[in-house]
Write a protein that binds this ligand. Structure first.
Ligand SMILES: [Zn+2]
Length: 257
């Protein structure tokens, strides 16, 4: 087995883990930002419900004031009615009073509707407040977890960086250059050569190249450029290959299975 290529294989595993870890580390602030945005939306929902309640109360105060106006009008008409001279005048006041009474009933109906809306808004506000409370708590827990995870991730990253340095120190500069260049473009820079194929791109290798690799030469795949690593233990065992041996051999052992 080729020690340098073996080191590159380990380096590749470390580089893969490092990339994944960095992605996890980068994803965390985004997730927290999304949680914060959600929290902000819930705060807004509470504020909106509170404002709608205030508006509704203001509306009812105006209705109350209108109601009083109408009542005062009626009182005034009644007073004036006592001193009218003609039936016509009397009926005119009566008509005004009826009109004002109709207005009062309309205002009272609108007040009832407003009270119903207030009741619904009150429920909405309570629900929004309770949701906000739960979310605030969830975000706090999430942040706490994130802080712990972040410390853990930094420790792992340091460990990976240390191991990466060790593995790279064991590989000659020219191999590292090839590895870094191909890994930079394709994600991985070394691939197993197995069954006369490059497992990086699954292209078949020419017989001569396959022989050279098996003889211990370090070559790159003509298709993807990855360094090819041959590991004899990964090839199918030669004795396992004979044609249809199973039936004949297994029969006597059938009882064991
Ligand atoms: Zn390849």
């Amino acid at each position: 087995m080729h020690a340098e290529l073996e080191a590159l294989m380990r380096l590749q595993t470390i580089d893969g883990e490092t990339a994944q870890l960095r992605a996890e580390i980068a994803a965390l602030p985004k997730r927290l930002a999304a949680l914060e945005a959600n929290l902000q939306a819930e705060k807004t929902a509470v504020e909106q419900a509170v404002k709608a309640l205030k508006d509704e109360e203001a509306l009812r105060r105006r209705m109350e004031s209108d109601l009083k106006d109408q009542q005062q009008k009626i009182a005034k008409f009644r007073k004036q009615m006592s001193s009218v001279k003609t039936n016509e005048q009397y009926r005119a006041f009566q008509h005004e009073i009826e009109f004002a009474e109709t207005e009062i009933r309309k205002i009272e109906d609108r007040e009832l509707e407003s009270m119903e809306r207030t009741e619904q808004l009150e429920q909405k506000r309570k629900a929004a407040e309770s949701e906000l409370k739960d979310s605030t708590r969830a975000v706090e827990i999430e942040k706490e977890d994130a802080r712990a995870a972040s410390a853990e991730q930094q420790k792992r990253l340091e460990e990976l960086t240390r191991r990466r340095g060790e593995e790279r120190a064991a590989v000659p500069e020219e191999l590292l250059t090839v590895y870094d260049r191909v890994a930079g473009g394709r994600g991985t820079g070394v691939a197993y050569a197995q069954g006369q194929r490059c497992l990086g791109c699954h292209i078949g290798l020419r017989p001569q190249m396959w022989n050279q690799i098996r003889a211990g030469e370090v070559l790159t795949c003509e298709s993807c450029g990855r360094l090819l690593f041959y590991d004899a233990s990964r090839e199918p065992q030669p004795e396992a290959e004979p044609e249809k041996p199973k039936r004949g051999r297994r029969a006597p052992e059938a009882g064991v299975e």
